[in-house]
Design a binder for this molecule. Structure first.
Ligand code: HEM
Length: 176
């Protein structure tokens, strides 16, 4: 292969990598209207599962950071203790579709749409049970995340108060 085309090929690879890197960095530069940085949840893609849930329109998987998972396994919140500072939990949401390959009717994730996030920092969020809330929307067409404009840092507090006794967390760490 002639030098120029080798160079062109290498440039194309670098540009693609640059694109991926730029996209990844861009996502983690987002900050919610309530001042919550998406980068506080860096690595959520590989966090352990807490539970799953669904409505007719949405498939959900809930994941927690190592501090949150360790606390769940130690009996929190069932033993009356609160989750430690630095605990983080993310509810990932997809639009479902029927699997085209399966031999039986089954719903599988189709399009990823949103990440609902909560982080425990009682100093920063004293008015919302020590938890800060934010929503990051994902648009598959543009492959871009945006911080949801209507998610102040207490956006979930009013509803999550019904599970105040479980430190504002609905889902238990499901048996597996
Ligand atoms: C907009 C800000 C909000 C954020 C960032 C948020 C975040 C979350 C997160 C991370 C979970 C999974 C952890 C858990 O088990 O608690 C969750 C679950 C839940 N939230 Fe919220 N929430 C918000 C608003 C609300 C509101 C307004 C309601 C009531 C209408 C609500 C009701 C629920 C319920 C019932 C669950 C458990 C069922 C499910 O998984 O969907 N949340 N939320």
């Amino acid at each position: 292969m002639r030098l120029n085309s080798k160079l062109a090929a290498a440039m194309a690879v670098l540009a693609a990598l640059g694109g991926v890197a730029a996209y990844a960095q861009e996502k983690y530069t987002l900050i919610s209207p309530g001042g919550i940085a998406f980068s506080d949840f860096k690595g959520y893609e590989d966090w352990a599962m807490v539970s799953s849930a669904r409505t007719d329109e949405v498939l959900k998987v809930i994941v927690g950071n190592p501090a949150m998972i360790k606390a769940f396994k130690a009996g929190v919140p069932g033993d009356g203790r609160a989750f430690p500072e630095g605990s983080r939990i993310v509810k990932l949401q997809w639009k479902p579709k029927k699997s085209a390959e399966a031999q039986f009717p089954v719903d599988v994730p189709d399009v990823f749409t949103q990440a609902f996030v909560m982080e425990k920092d009682s100093k920063r969020f004293p008015k919302s049970g020590g938890w800060g809330y934010a929503v990051f929307n994902y648009d598959a067409a543009t492959n871009k995340f945006t911080a949801d404009a209507s998610s102040p840092a207490d956006c979930g507090f009013a509803c999550h108060t019904v599970v105040k006794a479980k430190d504002y967390i609905f889902h238990p760490y499901e048996k597996r």
